[in-house]
Ligand binder design. Structure first.
Ligand code: CP3
Length: 344
């Protein structure tokens, strides 16, 4: 089967006329029009919960740049809001959860959420987007991996170290496994309803899997990713799935064996070496250092071409950054990036 979309073709490791490109956090604060719409909504959470405005900010980067995919505007922590855990996005601090999960009692008190009802606004945004998007621009739905969502639920905020989480892992592993199991079930329901609403590919963000040693990584992170992948593939065999990890170079082969179609790489791995290690089992997505966006157009072009040539003339490369677009990058550099990738 051939696809009318470069992005879906590359995910299926089929030849394309030029590499597809989309960017993590392509909708966001580096765009003045995003800041204006967020202001109109009143807050980040209100923006997520207003389907017309969430649809608008999803489309904003596509109006400026020749991107090959759209990603739903939402957040991996909206399920914490649906669980009533007091999620706030604090301007200088990031996410804060006022009622973190640290004990068996906290876990027992977690409500059983019903994503189709409690996160109905997400599905409404997806339906609006599918009406607006041209047929060659697929819509990516997403969720956090259970480990990465648990990181915030246990810690109560973003940190570099997540010591409350790691302390719980060593001190009360059964409690953490019970939380991860619960998040796995919710995530399967949350994501399968995204597909029903119109998402054409799904991405799992395992941003904090790289905190773990290899044995713990398999037990506390990858095992639950594998369960989600198997459940979704049983429901939707041809649905493409992408797994993103940060600091995940050590586990490339293990991640390629979970049944996902593509791995998202951060910038600390050479994409050519990664391709040799995983072969044709999965497509690779990445992996420009977002830091290059602060350099000159010449350096930006040089680094983009280095990644394209390191990957080589094989099918299965989706160009992206190694992590999200930072908030103060000049939009002109994003245009240079997208156009340079398409020039090949
Ligand atoms: O354009 C897109 O990429 C789609 C929307 C999207 C957001 N968050 C919007 C957002 C996606 C895919 C995410 C994923 C996400 N959210 C991850 C995984 C990817 C990663 O970045 O590692 C994580 C860990 C989160 C949790 C989260 N949300 C954090 C840590 C923060 C604060 C950091 C920051 O950049 O402010 C957020 C807030 C957030 N999510 C913003 C956006 C556009 C900024 C909020 C604002 O407008 O004030």
């Amino acid at each position: 089967m051939t696809h009318s979309s470069r992005f879906l073709s590359a995910l299926a490791r089929q030849p394309v006329d030029c590499p597809p490109v989309w960017l993590m956090r392509q909708a966001g604060r580096y765009l003045p029009e995003y800041r204006a719409t967020r202001e109109q909504a009143g807050s980040f959470l209100q923006l997520c919960k207003t389907p017309e405005l969430a649809c608008e900010v999803t489309l904003q980067p596509l109006r400026r740049f020749d991107l090959d995919a759209a990603i739903l505007f939402a957040d991996i922590l909206l399920i914490a809001d649906a669980m009533g855990l007091g999620l706030q996005m604090v301007e200088t601090q990031g996410p804060v959860i006022t009622q973190p999960i640290r004990s068996a009692k906290d876990l027992a008190n977690l409500p059983h959420i019903h994503p189709e009802h409690d996160l109905a606004y997400v599905y409404q945004t997806i339906r609006l987007l599918r009406k607006e998007l041209p047929s060659h621009i697929p819509l990516i739905g997403f969720a956090g991996s259970p480990w990465t969502v648990a990181a915030y639920l246990v810690e109560g905020r973003g940190t570099k170290e997540f010591y409350a989480l790691r302390g719980l892992m060593y001190g009360q592993p059964d409690l953490l496994h019970a939380l991860l199991h619960y998040l796995t079930e919710v995530t399967v329901t949350y994501l399968s309803a995204q597909v029903k609403a119109g998402a054409q590919a799904l991405m799992l963000f395992d941003t904090w899997g790289g905190l773990l040693n290899p044995v713990h990584y398999l037990a506390f992170s990858l095992e639950y990713v594998r369960q989600i992948t198997h459940a979704l593939k049983a429901l939707y065999p041809s649905l493409p799935l992408i797994l993103y990890s940060k600091n995940g170079a050590a586990s490339l082969e293990a991640r390629a064996g979970t049944g996902v179609d593509a791995l998202g790489l951060d910038w600390t791995v050479d994409i050519g070496h990664a391709r040799q290690r995983v072969g044709q089992r999965v497509a690779l997505q990445g992996n420009l250092d977002p830091g290059v966006l602060y350099s000159s157009p010449e350096t930006l072009r040089k680094e983009i071409r280095a990644i394209l040539s390191s990957f080589g003339p094989y099918p299965g490369h989706i160009f992206n950054l190694g992590h999200g677009i930072p908030l103060d990058v000049p939009p002109d550099n994003i245009k240079i990036l997208v156009d340079t990738v398409h020039e090949g």
